[in-house]
Write a protein that binds this ligand. Structure first.
Ligand SMILES: Cc1ncc(COP(=O)(O)O)c(C=O)c1O
Length: 429
């Protein structure tokens, strides 16, 4: 049987292999202990980032085909300058009025459909999802959550309960139901059955929460619109729909800023993070005023660092760069070119399976050519071989056999050509 993988084990360095490890690696293992998670069979020390390139301590340049936090490009000078300037001017919590913060809120909220007009800023995607869960519970009276089989939504106690890809030796709690990733039609029926099961258990339905590009499940984007009947199913059962935009948000899917828009749905709650500050740690939750008011009647919410002026300045610079450099259009055009090139390569390489995705979020499966079954070992070998040739990439999916192609958004056609050429070399052995 194909082995399921845990998200932190994908492309993970094996500490038992570190007999003659360099000093920095030994220091990391000594300090972080069992919590250390490093990429690659031979971890790499990075010292500099610029655009779509990272430079290692050995002076080697790597093409970044993996990182979505530095979404407008590593160390973008406009974002770095905005952070430096604001941190030299004022940085405080959100209990004073501040024009930079309100300007950011205004700009960000203008990118959402009308009912979604309140923003709460947090420091991490986990905090945003934790708040979203609490708002959904307060708004519905239900406690149950429906998530996909290999979902990841964050690392707090509550959010970990809805993050099956982080579980090692446990199953879902009584208030959580898992549905298969939307590989085939029937996602809405699975959501409806999960909602019924939560009702039958007396838990009630708080929400369906999905990453709208299904990143950790293996990247499922098509057909656009497939989420709409699933959202209708959860609403029919009295639950809300939470779109987790931590991965697809801020233009990556190539149609507007948000992944849910491809599906023609308006969520009740949207959460976002990673690329929001291009590396400055910031995240947020957007919802309808009625839902937020209902929650705030029960519990107050304050986040010391969330929504501070430096975060707002970083966020504003990110929105400016996305607009000024046409990064949504770039994601759409270069992403389509990328998928076409991968499909051409896959047609000639029997170990390569399906190519899926939207914009610059692409999944490529590795399979056993005879049986058509997932081949995570081949994905792992490919990832490490690409690194030897100066390309950074990772894996995704329930069985870890999908190459996760998710570069910074200024990725060019030349970058794609280079990647495809090196991948072809790797595949040729
Ligand atoms: C879809 C999704 N949601 C939420 C999170 C949690 O975000 P953070 O690590 O900022 O808490 C992640 C992180 O990987 C994620 O991929």
């Amino acid at each position: 049987m194909t082995q399921k993988t845990q998200i932190l084990n994908l492309n993970r360095f094996d500490p038992d292999s570190a007999h003659a490890a360099p000093e920095l690696l030994r220091a990391r293992m000594r300090h972080a202990g069992a919590s250390s998670v490093l990429f690659y069979a031979e971890p790499v020390e990075m010292v500099r980032g610029e655009g779509v390139w990272l430079t290692s301590a050995e002076g080697r340049r790597y093409l970044d085909v993996y990182n979505n936090v530095p979404s407008v490009g590593h160390c973008h000078p406009k974002v770095a300058e905005a952070i430096a300037k604001q941190s030299a001017t004022l940085t405080t919590h959100t209990r004073y009025l501040n024009r930079v913060v309100e300007t950011y809120a205004e700009r960000l909220l203008a990118t959402f459909p009308a009912p979604l007009s309140n923003l709460v800023m947090t420091c991490s995607g986990t905090e945003a999802n934790d708040l979203a869960m609490r708002i959904a519970e307060a708004g519905t009276g239900g406690r149950g959550f429906i998530v996909t089989e290999a979902a990841y939504h964050g690392n707090s106690a509550a959010v970990n309960e809805i993050s099956p890809s982080a579980w090692k030796s446990r199953g879902p709690a009584a208030h959580v139901r898992l549905v298969p990733a939307p590989k085939a039609p029937g996602f809405d029926a699975a959501v409806a059955a999960a909602a019924q099961s939560l009702d039958a258990a007396g838990v009630g339905v708080a929400a369906l929460i999905v990453d709208s590009i299904f990143s950790s499940d293996g990247i499922f984007a098509d057909p656009a619109g497939f989420l709409a009947p699933a959202v209708a199913a959860v609403r029919a059962a009295g639950g809300l729909f939470i779109a987790d935009e931590v991965q697809p948000g801020f233009g990556r899917t190539g149609t507007g800023l948000w992944g849910f828009a491809r599906h023609g749905v308006v969520p009740d709650i949207v959460t976002m993070g990673k690329p929001m500050g291009n590396g400055y740690p910031m995240a947020g939750m957007v919802t309808r005023p009625d839902l937020l008011a209902q929650f705030c009647e029960e519990t107050g919410y304050f986040n010391t660092f969330g929504g501070n002026p430096v975060a707002a300045a970083a966020g504003l610079a990110v929105l400016d760069v996305i607009r000024d450099e046409g990064l949504v259009e770039n994601a759409r055009e270069v992403g389509a070119y990328f998928r076409a090139g991968l499909a051409e390569l896959a047609a000639r390489a029997p170990v390569m399976g399906e190519v899926r995705g939207a914009g610059l979020f692409i999944g490529l499966d590795f399979i056993d050519p005879e049986r058509g079954t997932p081949d995570a070992a081949q994905a792992g070998r490919t990832i490490n071989a690409l690194k030897q040739k100066g390309i950074l990439i990772g894996a995704a999916g329930l069985y870890g056999y999908t190459l996760k192609i998710r570069p910074p958004l200024p990725f060019s056609r030349d970058n794609v050509d280079f990647f495809l050429q090196v991948l072809a070399e790797v595949m040729a052995g």
